[in-house]
Design a protein around this ligand. Sequence first.
Ligand code: MN
Length: 198
Amino acid sequence: MPIELPPLPYADDALDPHISERTISFHYGKHHASYVKNLNGLIEGTDLADASLEDIVRTAEPGGLFNNAAQVWNHTFYWNSMSPEGGGDPSGELAAAIEASFGSVDDFKQQFKDDATGNFGSGWTWLVRDGDGLAIVKTDDADTPLAHGQTALLTIDVWEHAYYLDYQNARPAYVDTFIEHLLNWNFAAANLTASTGV
Ligand code: MN
C-alpha cells in the first residue's frame, strides 16, 4: 500500500492571515506532497512496500529513505499542531505537566520561542514527553523525536519554506504568531493522554 498524503485538518485558507493560502499551497501541496511521492518511489517493490510510515521512520538508516519518510510524518504532525482556533493557554493535565517541567506556561512559551528562533538552518522545534517529564527538543533537517524514542506532543516547522512567503526572514514573528494564534493545545493534550494511557 502506498503511503498517502493525509488531507489537511482544515481548509487551505483557514489559517489566514497568520499562514496564507499561498504558503499552504506550496508547503502542503508541493513540499509535503513531494516527500510522499519520493517515499513511495523508494519503497515500491521493496520489503518496505507494506510497512507503516512509523516503522519506516523508526528503522531507516540516515539517508534519503529516512529523510523522506520522516518529513512525511513531521509535516502531518505539524498541520495537526495548528488550528484556526489555536493559541491561548493549555489546561488540565497538560498545563500541570508543563508547569512541572518548565515552571510556568509563560516560561514554556519563552523557551519554545527561543529554541525555534535559534535553530540554525532548517529544522523543527518540538514539545515532547521524554520519560516522566516534558522537554523542548530541536531537530535538524528531517530528524524527528519519533526516531529517538520520544513522544512528540506538538511541533513547529522552522524550515524557511514554512514562513518565507508570509514573513520573509522574520522567523521570530512567525514563531510568535504560531504560539499566540495557531498552537493547537488540544492536539498536544490528546498526544500526552495517549502516551501516558491516562
Ligand atoms: Mn516544511
